[in-house]
Design a binder for this molecule. Structure first.
Ligand SMILES: Nc1ncnc2c1ncn2[C@@H]1O[C@H](COP(=O)(O)OP(=O)(O)OP(=O)(O)O)[C@@H](O)[C@H]1O
Ligand SMILES: [Mg+2]
Length: 319
């Protein structure tokens, strides 16, 4: 089994003029870990990954891969890294097989033909190996990009939205290969703007928004946080600040999110609080128009976190 590479950043920052795309980001990814790097469009994911790989120069801060400082010059661990970029370009006039073998040679891969065949077969591209890449569909190119990034069995695999544009079978095939890479000991760093895309593949999650890390914890804790809460939305005939404060003061209510005449009450999962809520509404002479239970999904939790509706979920929030 291999030892995966570690990734560490200290105050990593990228500015474009007055605009800060990545803002004092501290990452600490352990060897062999599978890390989900999440954030909405424009959050700074691609910019961060480009700096990790030495493709883009940081304005401030530093990156270390297994302790070695990454600069835009070639660094020693570069040959041990596989990268699937967001927008990949290919040598279109080559066949997939020529293309893969070209990279296998470049990386001095052991048993390149066996390895190439194994990957292409798994991705359903084996029958297409001699077809020119110019004749490949978008999804097939995406898979080929993955084959190129893993042909040399890297110790760190960096993937920028790896399953975007793939059909359900393609997603499963890539997921299986990612899991096989991790079992081999490879460190995975996977960016995505959809939490459910990486839910099954990653152990730890970092969420960035506007260039800053807003949440970081294990996938298990994130899932637990979602299932530990219950949300009840009530719609009243009118709502004012005093009414909101009243709901906030109830001992079983942890948080109140208001939108017009609707209030979303966030509570722990331990009890059924509908009666208590009804009693409070009667006591205050409020007119209830609707009450419904909302199930929070992981995706909603993610949106909440990135929009900063929820602050400091675990005490681990970095700002
Ligand atoms: N060369 C550049 N010049 C100016 N601004 C840039 C440049 N590259 C990126 N940005 C800005 O930096 C921010 C972060 O961009 P980035 O591509 O890193 O986001 P992302 O998280 O990868 O988003 P997506 O999910 O859409 O791929 C965006 O607001 C973008 O407009
Ligand atoms: Mg991006």
């Amino acid at each position: 089994m291999k030892t995966g590479l570690t990734v560490e950043t200290k105050n990593l920052t990228k500015r474009y003029g007055n605009f800060t795309a990545v803002n004092h980001l501290n990452l600490d990814i352990k060897a062999g870990e599978s890390y989900g790097f999440l954030g909405p469009n424009g959050a700074g994911k691609t910019t961060t990954l480009m700096m990790l790989l030495g493709i883009l120069k940081p304005t401030e801060g530093e990156v270390r891969i297994s302790g070695e400082l990454v600069s835009s010059d070639a660094f020693n661990t570069k040959g041990l890294i596989g990268f699937v970029p967001e927008n990949q370009s290919f040598y279109e006039e080559m066949s997939a097989w020529e293309y893969l073998m070209f990279f296998a040679k470049l990386y001095q891969t052991e048993r390149p033909k066996e390895r190439g065949q194994e990957i292409l077969e798994h991705l359903d591209l084996w029958a297409w190996r001699d077809v020119l890449i110019s004749g490949y569909s978008n999804g097939m190119k995406r898979k080929l990009g993955f084959a190129r990034a893993t042909i040399h069995s890297p110790d760190l695999l960096v993937l920028d939205e790896p399953i975007a544009g793939l059909d359900p079978l393609g997603i499963i095939q890539i997921r299986e290969l990612l899991m096989a890479e991790q079992e081999r000991g490879c460190t995975l760093l996977i960016s995505s703007h959809i939490l459910s895309e990486v839910e099954k593949t990653v152990n730890r999650v970092g969420i960035i928004s506007k260039g800053k890390m807003v949440w970081q914890d294990t996938m298990e804790n994130l899932q637990q946080w979602v299932t530990e809460k219950q949300h009840i939305t009530i719609t009243l005939s009118s709502v004012d600040n005093e009414i909101i404060a009243g709901f906030r003061s109830l001992p079983f209510v942890q948080e109140v999110i208001s939108e017009g005449n609707s209030l979303c009450l966030v509570m722990d999962q331990a009890g059924d609080y509908r009666e208590d809520i009804s009693r409070f509404i009667l006591q205050k002479n409020l007119i209830l128009l609707e009450m419904k239970e909302e199930k929070t999904t992981l995706e909603e939790a993610f949106v909440n976190i990135t929009e900063n509706n929820v602050q400091d979920l675990t005490g681990e929030t970095e700002r």
